[in-house]
Design a protein around this ligand. Structure first.
Ligand code: PHE
Length: 358
């Protein structure tokens, strides 16, 4: 019996000391498995005489129960410890933001295109598009700029090499050719804006060879200069988010509009800093006018029945004004630091109801 006590102690120690499930299983098999120590002893009962068996058998059964209990207890303890460890390692901090802020930002030019589209869409304008590579007719001739017209020199055009038939394609110097393409394809009434890239061979602090414009065109039977004024004043106030923005229309000249004007908005340059909507200075933001009847003739719209207005505005410029961006050239340098600083949060799409720039 003394042997059995030591044996029990050893086997229980192996079981309770098992560090993991594998060790526990090994200890269990060593004691209770087919070839386990206790199983061997039980087999030995058959060779005992009746009297000896009477005392040993109950002791072995008791030992078997004790070992089974020890195994179960250890298994429960190991399971609990394992769960505890998993809970600790898989812990999540529910106070962390659901998603980290995306690394990418919306470029101020894209943001401003979205903003001005929201303003004009609210006034019933559709968005139209045209190709960046244009022909002479759409970029110049149809806009009442014939071949020898001095306005052609003003535009510093990028030309492609001459084709076999002598035609020279070009990079559009303004978004006005989209007016022509749209009028060729659609009957009045027309009410469109056309934002897009434009190109001129020019580069300094306020000019880049590629820049952006937005064109506007309204054609109907009785559209007049008062509509042009009201529309652009409404646009400027909404876009700059300044209710009492001062504005003035100054007479100007464009071959494709007659009469023509430029729109200035009130600003201040005090202390070398430009502020919109303050002070007594003026800043030009766009060119506009009533569509020249010669342009309507070029696209087959009867100027005796239809009339309307057009305008063209530099997008990069108004983006710089609204968001205080000092140098135009930085806009197109793809510098990550600049983009992080001046960029906008994606999915924060401007709407009139939600506030354009927030
Ligand atoms: N296309 C002119 C420019 O690039 C702007 C403009 C458009 C003026 C429409 C009047 C009407 O300068």
């Amino acid at each position: 019996m003394q042997d059995l006590d030591t044996l029990e102690k050893d086997m229980v120690a192996a079981i309770t000391g098992a560090a993991d499930m594998q060790a526990l299983e090994a200890a269990r098999v060593a004691a209770l498995g087919k070839k386990g120590q206790l199983t061997q002893l039980m087999r030995g009962l058959g060779q005992m005489d009746a009297e000896e068996r009477q005392t040993v058998a109950p002791r072995l059964n008791q030992l078997k129960d004790a070992l089974n209990d020890a195994v179960n207890e250890r298994r429960t303890a190991l399971n609990a410890a394992e769960l505890e460890a998993r809970l600790a390692s898989e812990k999540i901090d529910v106070t962390l933001p659901v998603r980290p802020r995306p690394a990418g930002t919306i470029h101020p030019v894209s943001q401003v295109i979205d903003e001005l589209t929201a303003v004009f869409a609210d006034m019933g304008f559709e968005v139209a598009e045209g190709p960046d590579i244009e022909d002479d007719f759409h970029n110049f001739t149809a806009l009442n700029i014939p071949p020898e017209h001095p306005a052609r020199q003003m535009h510093d055009t990028f030309y492609f090499p001459e084709k076999d038939d002598g035609e020279r394609l070009l990079l559009r110097t303004h978004t006005s050719p989209v007016q022509i393409r749209h009028m060729q394809a659609h009957k009045p009434p027309i009410r469109i804006i056309a934002p897009g890239r434009t190109y001129r061979c020019d580069s300094d602090q306020t000019h880049t060879p590629m820049f952006h414009q937005v064109e506007g065109l309204v054609i109907d039977k009785s559209t007049h200069m008062g509509h042009l004024k009201g529309c652009l004043e409404e646009f400027a106030r909404s876009f700059f988010e300044i209710e009492d923005l001062r504005m003035r229309f100054r007479p100007s000249y464009f071959p494709f509009t007659e009469p023509s004007a430029e729109l200035d908005i009130g600003c201040s340059y005090a202390g070398g800093e430009l502020r919109i909507g303050e002070g007594d200075d003026w800043l030009e933001i766009l060119g506009c006018g009533m569509v020249n009847p010669r342009v309507l003739d070029h696209v087959g719209i009867d100027p005796d029945t239809y009339q309307g207005f057009a305008f063209g505005m530099g997008i990069d410029r108004i983006a710089m004004l609204k968001y205080g961006i000092p140098d135009l050239r930085d806009m197109f340098d793809a510098d990550m630091r600049w983009l992080r600083h001046y960029g906008f949060v994606p999915l924060d799409i401007p709407t009139l109801a939600g506030g354009l720039s927030r």
